[in-house]
Design a protein around this ligand. Structure first.
Ligand code: NAX
Length: 330
């Protein structure tokens, strides 16, 4: 039996966590032979609700679930964590500006970054889902003194999977035929789903879907606005699909990427990066996982003038968000 891996999930009584925790506990995320300990963090008023989820986890009698800790104390929740999945955050309320949301959640991610640095394993990986996820991740990273910056990730996998599903529907193929789909930039309405480098059954997507107007217009808008469309239809934001995407991201990060393909995840942009992206933002880029557990940004993709403009716009938004939280990132 392998040593259990400790996975901390914040916002553990929330909607996404309700879909996510059971799949982690079943072994779907880290492997069918990998025991896990779930450390669940909630705010105090939600601890009772969290107990309900814990009871349901118990009632599944998952063979791989080696322990559950449910708490409202970050220091306890992040103790010895291998993976910190930061799902919880305060939702945007009517009348709230983006800046207000950044500031309210920003403070949470300052505290969680510090608690992770003080309590989690020094090798731990931190994956942010709670919105605005890119900038929350940036804040946690800056406050987790001593942890490697490359161990911080934010989620655009849901956007990637949405883009794949739209391309598949348009081309009349199964979504598994869509590869090499990258979301660039921010997980927001400025994100750029890069159809120019995507493939359908191994061929450039632009050769299979020749309706350029659709690709440049409706396709991008549909992917960018999909979250809002789901809220309108369901009355609630995406939860099961977001949990699925979170699980898929971690799976992608712990397993080598199939030859020739890549996936989307937001990571810190570094000096001398291949696409001239602004340095020091948490930006979604085409990524590959290596056999040794590290990751690389895919270099050498052709970025045409249309893509360049879209990528610049979403990076500008990330720079503006960084500016709004400059007091929280030192
Ligand atoms: P819910 O409101 O159902 O759950 C959030 C939970 O977080 C609540 O139970 C709340 O008590 C808890 N929480 C708040 N502050 C906390 C803190 N300081 N420590 C621990 N727990 C805390 O939201 P849910 O639908 O689960 O969504 C969670 C987050 O994911 C939201 O910020 C949402 O915007 C974001 N999303 C991100 C996506 C992405 O692609 N990156 C897509 C889906 C989703 O919109």
């Amino acid at each position: 039996m392998k040593t259990p891996v400790t996975v901390t999930v914040t916002g553990a009584a929330g909607n996404i966590a309700y879909s996510l925790l059971f799949r982690i506990a079943s072994g779907e995320m880290l492997g069918a032979d990998q025991p896990v300990i779930l450390n669940l963090l909630e705010i105090t008023p939600c601890l009772e609700k969290l107990q309900g989820t814990v009871m349901e986890l118990d009632d599944c009698a998952f063979p791989l679930l080696a322990g559950i800790v449910a708490t409202d104390e970050p220091a306890v929740a992040f103790k010895n964590a291998d993976w910190c999945m930061l799902v919880g955050s305060v939702p945007r309320k009517a009348g709230m500006e983006r800046k207000d949301l950044l500031s309210i959640n920003g403070k949470v991610f300052v505290g969680q970054g510090q608690a992770i640095a003080a309590n989690a394993k020094p090798t731990c990986k931190v994956f942010v889902v709670g919105n605005p996820c890119n900038t929350n991740c940036l804040i946690a990273m800056h406050n987790a003194t001593g942890l490697p910056k490359e161990n911080f990730f934010a989620m655009t996998m849901l956007d990637e999977l949405r883009a794949k599903s739209q391309l598949a529907a348009k081309a009349g193929v199964h979504s598994s035929e869509i590869t090499n789909m990258c979301i660039w930039g921010n997980h927001s309405a400025t994100q750029y789903p890069d159809f120019t480098n995507a493939k359908i059954a191994g061929k450039p997507a632009t050769q299979v879907i020749t309706d350029e107007e659709w690709l440049k217009g409706e396709f991008i808008a549909t992917v960018q606005q999909r979250g809002a469309a789901i809220i309108k239809a369901r009355g609630l934001s995406s939860a099961a699909s977001a949990a699925n995407a979170a699980l898929m991201t971690v799976k992608q990060l712990v397993n080598p990427t199939p030859e020739g393909d890549w996936f989307s995840v937001c990571t810190i942009t570094v000096e001398g990066n291949a696409y001239g992206l602004p340095v020091g933002i948490i930006c979604s880029q085409p990524t590959r996982s290596n056999a040794d557990g590290s990751y690389s940004i895919v270099e050498g993709l052709v970025i045409d003038a249309f893509s360049k403009e879209k990528i610049a716009a979403t990076c500008d938004e990330l720079l503006a968000e960084r500016c709004d939280v400059s007091n929280l990132i030192g």
